[in-house]
Design a binder for this molecule. Structure first.
Ligand code: PLP
Length: 428
């Protein structure tokens, strides 16, 4: 397999420092005794501090919302109306088709698949659990926890490549056309994890209008990074729910989002949007498992943000902290690897990740070398179903958590590991 750049292997040999020199560099790196972690896309403490005043909300005595709902009590399965209004505006969906629920959108995705297995979705001939085989299309590289949910339910994963405009729509269309076992597709439409791609309007239209053999095919539209811009260009993703309705397939998309990386990770509010039939379906099953969400936390969010503009302004503060870290990754990788032909990487305009492709066959070795020098990277293969990257080339970088100086130091170290692994592969 060729290296992920246009360089031929002889160019590569010419531009790489020699193996003994790289081994020396690596030994010097190990001697620094670093302990840095770029594994998961967590917000930094500095980002979490932005929402610190929320910890004092709603405050003693403040327990009703604008419509007089006492948030201390049971009820209100849909979530607080005021909060749904704010996020309805931000996600571009009607309030009636948006639920504000618990603390994690991953739970909603998991539960939607669990409900589908137990009872089917609107349009299912039978519960998915009674099908011989259920398959989901997974664009790769993708989000490891989507793959874990599929694995837990025994859903077979079929991969398609990601493109800069989102999943390869023609590859998806070909897979869904004849095989009724293909019930689902994962899409992270805005600043995808990990490659930062944004689904174009054309791809969104194709995905909601393509003929599917399964009458109950669903797109799990995980809009986790809808608001997480790294530049002044606040990209608005295609409105999948409108487009699906226009295409005559209103029930195809289920949209998920949360404030995990807006307010507090793990203590935010998660949202589900969809067609009226999908929302009624979800609520019917949810009502058996819950009398209502944590409305106190929802009121805390409502009071803190106040409006959609309040959320946007807050996200600009996140951007001020995050953008320099992403710029640092790009700068260090460009300085160290730019002319070598041994790596390519993404320059995301938002989200939490950079996707780094190294010489095929060396990603696991790069991660191993990094570990040996005190740098924790996401395991190679994590961005592929079953943890298996067939080319052993992709590494997900998550620069949000460490302070800027550590991001720079870590990337410099990673660059050394990428070079050493490439030189080792070439010498082998
Ligand atoms: N979806 C994607 C694409 C993510 O990257 C993440 C977190 O990294 C999540 C969902 C998790 O969201 P939540 O905290 O709402 O469960």
């Amino acid at each position: 397999t060729p290296a992920p750049s246009s360089s031929s292997s002889s160019d590569l040999a010419a531009s790489l420092p020699d193996l003994p020199a790289l081994r020396e560099q690596y030994a010097a790196l190990q001697a620094l005794g670093l302990a840095l972690d770029l594994t998961r896309g967590k917000p930094s403490a500095e980002q979490l501090d932005l929402a610190e005043p929320m910890l004092a909300l709603p405050g003693e005595g403040a327990h009703t919302d604008a419509s007089g709902v006492d948030v201390r009590n049971y009820g209100g399965l849909d979530g607080l109306t005021g909060l749904r209004q704010i996020f309805g505006e931000l996600l571009d969906v009607p309030v009636a088709q948006l639920l504000a629920l618990g603390n994690a959108s991953l739970t909603l995705m998991h539960d939607a698949i669990a409900y589908a297995h137990l009872w089917g979705v609107p349009g299912s001939p039978r519960p998915w659990g009674r099908e011989e085989t259920v398959k989901f299309i997974c664009p790769v590289p993708g989000y490891d926890r989507h793959f874990s949910v599929c694995e837990a339910f025994g859903v077979e994963m079929v991969t398609v490549p990601m493109t800069p405009d989102g999943p390869d729509a023609e590859a998806v269309a070909a897979l869904v056309a004849d095989d009724p076992a293909v019930k689902g597709l994962w899409v992270v439409p805005t600043y995808a994890n990990p490659d930062g791609a944004v689904v174009s309007e054309a791809v969104a239209r194709r995905l909601v209008s393509m003929p599917t053999a399964a009458p109950d095919f669903r797109i799990f539209w995980d809009n986790a990074y809808a608001l997480h811009h790294l530049t002044a260009n606040e990209t608005k993703t295609a409105n999948v729910i409108d487009l699906a309705a226009q295409a005559g397939n209103p029930d195809r998309p289920l949209m998920f989002a949360s404030t995990s990386k807006v307010s507090f990770a793990g203590a935010g509010v998660a949202f589900l949007a969809g067609s009226p039939a999908n929302i009624a379906w979800y609520k019917r099953h949810l009502a058996v498992q819950s009398i209502g969400p944590d409305k106190i936390n929802q009121l805390r969010h409502l009071l803190f943000f106040g409006s959609a503009e309040g959320v946007r302004a807050h996200m600009r503060k996140h951007r001020e902290i995050l953008a320099p870290k992403f710029a640092a990754v790009d700068r260090v990788l460009t300085e160290r690897l730019g002319d070598t032909g041994v790596a390519t990487w993404t320059q995301p305009q938002g989200g939490y990740f950079i996707s780094l492709d190294v010489v095929p066959g060396t990603a696991a070795r790069v991660v191993e070398l990094a570990k040996g020098a005190g740098i924790a990277l996401t395991p190679a293969g994590a961005t592929f179903p079953y943890g298996r990257d067939p080319r052993d080339a992709n590494i997900r970088l998550a620069p949000s958590m460490p302070p800027l100086a550590e991001v720079e130091q870590a990337m410099d170290a990673v660059a050394t590991c990428v070079l050493l692994a490439a030189a080792e592969a070439q010498a082998a």
